[in-house]
Design a protein around this ligand. Structure first.
Ligand SMILES: Cc1cc2nc3c(=O)[nH]c(=O)nc-3n(C[C@H](O)[C@H](O)[C@H](O)COP(=O)(O)OP(=O)(O)OC[C@H]3O[C@@H](n4cnc5c(N)ncnc54)[C@H](O)[C@@H]3O)c2cc1C
Length: 416
């Protein structure tokens, strides 16, 4: 059995570690931070097996152009960073063709369909308090907004994802905490949420440690190579020999891949959350008003309002204004919400241009496996990614077809 170095202790890294241990491998996870302190810390907790709509869709350019003139809109690009982001943005726009969107939706469906089941297997007794198949509500404030979102409904229907359309009185009956703004909703009964995404990662990590996995609090700086193979990972403490490396360092993975000579388009799609005291009455499931593109989720510690996409790179400081918008928006939707945010947070979504992660062997190395780029759905895709990585390393029949997530697909994205 192999001595495997896993870079990154987010939801992807720990899920990979746990499933690799089941195959008898010895795992060491490198991260300068404790498990789950990166993007996995503060996501919206949405676990939607039917979350299949990529970010880039036909019409994205027109939509984005209208957002970019408003600093409070769902998308913001820091103009100083724009020249660096341009190649990624060009690929992002190119990925929005209908045939590509259909293919991406199918691949996201495969990765997300059994998310709950595989987390239950990882979490054991902790699953009951962390995972909730509560359903999700997608909400519209006008008939025009509902019509505009036809693509989402079409993609979900084509993939057999169950949903119901609700009228205003049915919305109020289901979520009495919501104000009367909404004219229509789509209810997704098989979706739900995690009420503490940080604790979910910590619980999986504790399981890995109990089974003998090692956590090294150090950043990976480089790799020692011999031909096509990595012999050792290099941290501040020096080289650590390994048989195989899994790169699962979220938005920072592009920089690490570059050290191996791999150029994979990965951008930080920065997002924010604010935590508010839970209103009374409060929502019982994730609430997603589509116009605002924010998810409002009941969590162990209050109501989390999460969302917005900001392109400003990995190094720019947090933009407090983007966080403040979230609290203001939430008050429009929940009349009983009065308190001020008790905390704010920013995280780096690891975003590929086509909204699909990179999962699979490095095209250039015989013992490097890539597991990053899960964008806005890394919590949903984490558990199945761990299982798929274990299958790929074991060279057994994989749980799902891994070909859509191959690292070398980006050439073809360009041709569409
Ligand atoms: C506002 C917001 C809301 C979101 N909502 C949802 C949601 O509802 N549902 C969903 O599925 N997804 C959601 N996401 C996305 C999801 O959180 C991410 O896709 C997921 O957390 C990515 O996990 P990861 O393990 O790849 O990355 P991370 O959690 O960022 O982990 C990467 C780790 O790598 C470490 N690292 C970096 N560099 C190095 C190095 N050189 N050496 C060693 N370690 C290193 C970091 O310290 C970090 O701990 C949301 C994201 C945001 C920002």
């Amino acid at each position: 059995m192999a001595n495997i170095a896993i870079v990154g202790a987010g939801v992807i890294g720990v899920s990979c570690a746990a499933f690799l241990q089941r195959d008898g491998h010895s795992v060491t996870i490198y991260d300068p931070e404790p498990p789950g302190e990166g993007c996995s810390f503060g996501n919206a907790g949405s676990i939607g097996p039917g979350s299949v709509v990529p970010l880039s869709t036909p019409g994205i350019v027109r939509q984005a152009a209208s957002w970019l003139t408003d600093p409070d809109s769902p998308l913001w690009i820091d103009w100083r960073y724009l020249p660096r982001a341009l190649p990624w943005l060009a690929r992002f726009i190119a990925a929005g063709t209908r045939p590509r969107v259909d293919a991406v939706a199918k691949a996201l469906r495969a990765l997300h369909a059994d998310s709950f089941k595989h987390y239950q297997s990882l979490l054991g007794v902790d699953a009951g308090s962390l995972l909730h198949v509560s359903g999700q509500l997608y909400l519209y404030e006008s008939e025009a907004a509902f019509v505009k979102d036809a693509l989402g409904r079409e993609l979900r229907a084509a993939l057999g994802i169950r949903s119901e359309i609700l009228e205003p009185d049915e919305i109020r009956e289901m979520e009495p905490s919501l104000g009367p703004r909404f004219t229509k909703a789509v209810y997704l009964p098989d979706a739900g949420h995690c009420s503490n995404p940080h604790r979910l990662v910590a619980a999986i990590a504790e399981g890995v440690a109990r089974e003998g996995g090692r956590f090294v609090r150090a950043a990976l700086k480089d790799f020692e190579r011999e031909g096509e193979k990595v012999r050792a990972v290099v941290t501040e403490a020096g080289p650590m020999p390994c048989d195989l490396v899994v790169i699962a360092a979220g938005a920072w993975s592009g920089r690490l891949a570059k050290r191996l000579g791999l150029s994979i388009p990965l951008e930080s799609m920065r997002g924010y959350h604010v935590m508010l005291p839970m209103p009374t009455p409060g929502p019982t499931r994730p609430i997603y008003p589509l116009a605002a593109k924010i998810m409002m989720t009941p969590m162990d510690e209050g109501l989390r309002i999460a969302g917005t996409a900001e392109i400003a790179g990995l190094d720019a400081p947090m933009n407090e204004r983007r966080a403040a918008v979230l609290g203001r928006l939430a008050k429009r939707y929940f009349p009983s919400l009065t308190g001020e945010p008790v905390s704010t947070w920013m995280g780096h979504r690891p975003a590929t241009p086509d909204s699909l992660p990179v999962i699979g062997p490095s095209p250039r190395h015989s013992n490097v496996v890539l597991a990053f780029g899960h964008g806005q759905t890394g919590l949903i895709g984490g558990s199945t990614t761990g299982l798929l990585i274990a299958d790929i390393i074991a060279r057994r029949r994989p749980i799902i077809d891994p070909s859509p997530y191959r690292a070398d697909r980006f050439q073809s994205v360009r041709r569409h």
